[in-house]
Design a protein around this ligand. Structure first.
Ligand SMILES: [Zn+2]
Length: 479
């Protein structure tokens, strides 16, 4: 009887001690990143003295280091003092492909993306979708190390296009059947290109995809204006040259001549460049922004192709990561470029230089930009992972601030695909896809290359682990 109040008293003291003592109240985390400078990309600022707590594949808390340390404990603590922590990078335009015989060479590129800080890729169609869909699920299930994959599956094209592995459509019924097939494959968006696709079928496909709740990315047929495509619901324009076209007051007129067979594709492209008018273009870009269209410039790919005449890529160190079969697919563009006349070469240089001027105009008009490389088979010397850092550097060369460039690789991708709730920043509830950098990327965009470690779907990969992935990729490519 007498001991009861004492027991109560002791229990009370124990409870008070538990409340006051941080150790007893701490929650478990699988990983704690301590003393970090968090890069708040959206607000262009650095929050210093922060900690990030990760559980499973999710960030559970971000806040002042002392607060997080009071609330969480972990067996794995990464000291990020002096480092900069930001969300993983998204490459919103790349390709897996080159035929089933190159499937393994494509698969070997997955760790290369991760080693370069790219934690998500958007596959903009190719000819090996059955493999890509399997990798997409295996990565999501944690069975395969690689970036999160979003894919269009095979793209829509007209009859007998130059591209392999496409869904060839020439009637609305064929478009319906193709979209049924893509929906059965659970694709993440629909890619449409214009090599032989009839303009009316293009517009039907865009409208029908939208009606079914699918996002569309496209090369728009020259016979249509970009505004027409946007009016019918096109979600994104791939490649900035289509925005040069949109910025020409003669866009419709040149498009009609091309459609009537009175102008070649090359001549029409040059005519768009020559008739581009910045004042007119600004108005069109504001209209396109209001219609909600996104643009993936693939600026670096444009630069590589434009300057194949004067740049020798045969000794690029990154070739060591590319398998022999994929390297062989690079020849197509190199051979095509070698056949160009001096006038055609000059026209390509002109087009690229104009593209650089167009990019900041798009940003100023409020068009969301998606960073994408176009890396993959056929696209010469544009290297998986590495290419995204080059793309961001091209943006800054063209006049974007480092922050504007970072937005294109972290925030607009998730927004385009409808995943902003889970991606696009470092905060509780967001995916644990994190880069730890040695320098501040808001000051110098090249800092995105200074990767000290990557958290991929919650899994910590230090520099040694990333170097191991690079070595593995090199050994695989040499075989
Ligand atoms: Zn592409």
């Amino acid at each position: 009887m007498r001991s009861k109040p004492i027991v109560r008293l002791l229990a009370g003291i124990a409870a008070l001690v538990a409340l006051a003592s941080p150790a007893a109240a701490r929650e478990r985390a699988d990983l704690l990143i301590r003393n970090a400078n968090v890069v708040d990309v959206a607000n262009a600022r650095i929050l210093s003295g922060q900690a990030v707590a990760v559980r499973g594949d999710t960030i559970v808390a971000v806040g002042p280091d002392s607060t997080i340390a009071r609330g969480y404990e972990s067996d794995r603590n990464v000291n990020a003092a002096g480092k900069f922590v930001m969300p993983g990078l998204w490459d919103m335009h790349m390709h897996f492909g080159g035929g089933a015989e190159l499937a393994n060479e494509n698969k070997a590129l997955l760790p290369l993306y991760v080693a370069n800080g790219v934690t998500t890729v958007r596959d903009c169609a190719a000819d090996i979708s059955e493999f890509v869909l399997a990798w997409r699920s295996d990565v999501a299930a944690g069975k395969l190390l690689g970036p999160t994959i979003y894919t269009s599956g095979p793209k829509l094209e007209g009859y007998k296009p130059i591209w392999k592995g496409t869904l060839e459509v020439g009637t609305p019924a064929e478009v319906d059947a193709a979209l049924d097939k893509l929906q059965a494959m659970k694709v993440d968006f629909v890619k449409i290109t214009d090599n032989t696709l009839k303009p009316n079928i293009f517009l039907y496909a865009v409208k029908e995809a939208k009606r079914r709740g699918l996002r569309t990315s496209a090369h728009t047929p020259y016979a249509l204006t970009i505004e027409q495509a946007a009016d019918d619901g096109l979600s994104s324009v791939e490649h900035i040259d289509y925005l040069i076209k949109a910025g020409s007051p003669k866009e419709a007129e040149i498009g009609k001549l091309y459609a009537a067979g009175k102008m070649t594709y090359g001549a029409a492209s040059e005519a768009f460049v020559d008739s581009f008018d910045p004042v007119y273009a600004r108005g069109v870009y504001r209209t396109l922004a209001a219609k909600g269209i996104y643009v993936t410039p693939t600026l670096n790919m444009g630069r590589i192709l434009a300057y194949l005449d004067r740049e020798d890529h045969s000794k690029d160190p990154d070739l060591a990561y590319i398998g022999p079969g994929l390297r062989k697919t690079y020849d197509w563009r190199v051979e095509r470029a070698a056949k160009a006349t001096p006038d055609q070469v000059a026209a390509r240089h002109r087009e690229y230089e104009l593209s650089k001027k167009v990019l900041p105009m798009l940003v100023e008009a409020g068009i969301p930009i998606l960073a994408g490389t176009d890396a993959g088979y056929l696209n010469s010397f544009n290297y998986p992972g590495e290419g995204l850092h080059e793309e961001l550097e091209r943006y800054v060369e063209a006049g974007l601030t480092p922050q504007q460039a970072l937005v294109t690789a972290t925030i607009t991708g998730p927004a385009f695909l409808g995943h902003s709730d889970r991606y696009g920043g470092l905060a509780g509830g967001k995916a644990a896809d994190i880069l730890i950098l040695d320098a501040n990327p808001l000051k110098d965009i090249k800092a995105t290359r200074a990767i000290g470690g990557v958290v991929l779907h919650g899994k910590w990969l230090d520099r040694a682990a990333l170097d191991g992935l690079l070595e593995q990729a090199k050994a695989g490519a040499a075989r």
